[in-house]
Write a protein that binds this ligand. Structure first.
Ligand code: TXA
Ligand code: MG
Length: 396
């Protein structure tokens, strides 16, 4: 990523190229990325337009005195937008109790207004402030899996505004496993509404740089917490029905949930495309999702066979996401590794960045090997199928 710095006379004084994480707090005056012609943040030069904010990037590792956390929490308290790291993906946060602040999230993301937001709390003791009729099983799951990648849909209290719930009587609650973010929420003193921090419909962001690409100049701050450990979003469990129902596979595996709740059911939309007029239980699951610019074809089946199939099909100028073992099959093509075959954790950590990275290239089509449905692979294959618009080939 290329960032340009201007002094107070409007003269360019520095151009920096960031490959990995930031080492300082940068106040960015103007930012270009990818192809150098795209300008994101030009408040300093032109001073017009609502989306010409200077986006601060907070590097928390150097925050010995807590100044950064305080300043980040103040953004939330003041009704601003702050991108926060979580163990799953980065979130685009705002005060969940402030309808106006929450509307800013929809605007920055270009998110449809009927797609509700999850709220993030630092621990289970905050649950009853925002939810009612909480079943004992919800407390049990919170005790076992929180902080961690489990979102529970519960009945919401009236203090959660309609901007957050999109008028539903329920709200998704999540307790992220990230100490920095938990501390920012505690300091702000309010729950933080946060969808994944990506332009609506695009792959989610698992690094602060990816968030910067999508939101520089549009939000007040980005907290850089490094790469997300899990890499796919949280698992969403509807606790308002009995037995509870899995609405979105995610960073907590269905197998792990079944150890505690053997009778849990799964929503069909996880596995297949919705039919005309059919409504998913999680409103957001109906939209085109996780999609890079180039069309994607997902190829299922044993690794050797699917690699051979893709090799026979791929044309010049097309890209491929494949298991580590097959990278050399695609010499001469733009290729990205999904990690080793049979290593779901690696797949989850890599899938979004692999998809996103093709937007920095000119590939005309993306072929991807797609894992099965065990453990975290259920979430990974769900994201790949959606990125491919369910354009899938099975080579078994
Ligand atoms: O890991 C995650 O869950 C990330 C991080 C940032 O916490 N957040 C995230 O949020 O993935 P988002 O907005 O990208 O996805 C939330 C999904 C959407 O499909 C939304 O429609 C659904 O949850 N959802 C939100 N509130 C709901 C509710 N009350 N009932 C059913 N589904 C709901
Ligand atoms: Mg999302």
């Amino acid at each position: 990523m290329v960032v340009l710095f201007f002094n107070s006379n409007g003269e360019l004084y520095s151009i920096k190229y960031f490959e990995k994480s930031y080492r300082n707090i940068w106040e960015l005056k103007i930012a270009f990325y990818g192809d150098i012609s795209t300008i994101f943040s030009v408040k300093y030069l032109s001073g017009n337009g609502a989306k010409n904010l200077n986006t601060k990037v907070y590097h928390v590792a150097k925050d010995k005195k807590g100044y950064i956390l305080k300043s980040a929490a103040q953004i939330i308290q003041n009704g601003g937008l702050l991108a926060i790291p979580t163990e799953t993906v980065y979130g685009l946060g705002a005060n969940a109790l402030d309808g106006k602040a929450v509307l800013g999230i929809f605007e920055a993301k270009g998110r449809p207004q009927d797609n509700p937001l999850l709220i993030h709390i630092p621990d289970a003791s905050w649950l009853e402030r925002y939810c009612e009729d909480i079943p004992p099983l919800a407390y049990k799951l919170a005790e076992i899996f929180w902080p961690g990648p489990l979102t529970m849909i519960l009945k919401s209290k009236a203090c959660i505004p309609k901007e957050t719930t999109c008028g539903l009587k329920t709200v998704g609650v999540r307790c992220p496993d990230n100490e920095v973010t938990a501390e920012i929420i505690r300091m702000a003193g309010v729950p933080v509404a946060a969808p994944s921090a990506n332009r609506s419909g695009h792959p989610s962001c698992t690094t602060a740089e990816a968030v910067f690409e999508d939101f520089a100049g549009k939000i007040a701050g980005i907290v850089d917490g490094g790469a997300c450990q899990v890499g796919v979003e949280s698992t969403i469990l509807d606790m308002t029905v009995a037995p509870p129902k899995l609405l979105r596979p995610g960073g907590l595996s269905l197998e792990d949930i079944r150890k505690v709740v053997p009778e849990v059911e799964t929503d069909e939309s996880i596995y297949r495309q919705l039919r005309e007029g059919e409504k998913p239980k999680a409103p957001g699951m109906k939209y085109r999702h996780y999609a890079p610019k180039a069309p994607v074809t997902a190829v299922f089946g044993e690794g050797r066979k699917s690699a051979d199939y893709i090799k026979a099909q791929i044309k010049n100028g097309e890209g491929v996401i494949c298991y580590e073992e097959y990278l050399d099959v695609f010499d001469g093509y733009e290729s990205r590794s999904l990690g080793k075959e049979g290593a779901p954790r690696e797949h989850a950590q890599r899938v979004f960045e692999a998809l996103r990275s093709f937007d920095r290239t000119d590939v005309t089509h993306i072929w991807t090997q797609c894992p099965g449905e065990e453990g975290l692979d259920l979430a990974v294959s769900n994201r790949i199928k959606k990125a491919a618009g369910f354009h899938m080939i099975n080579v078994e």
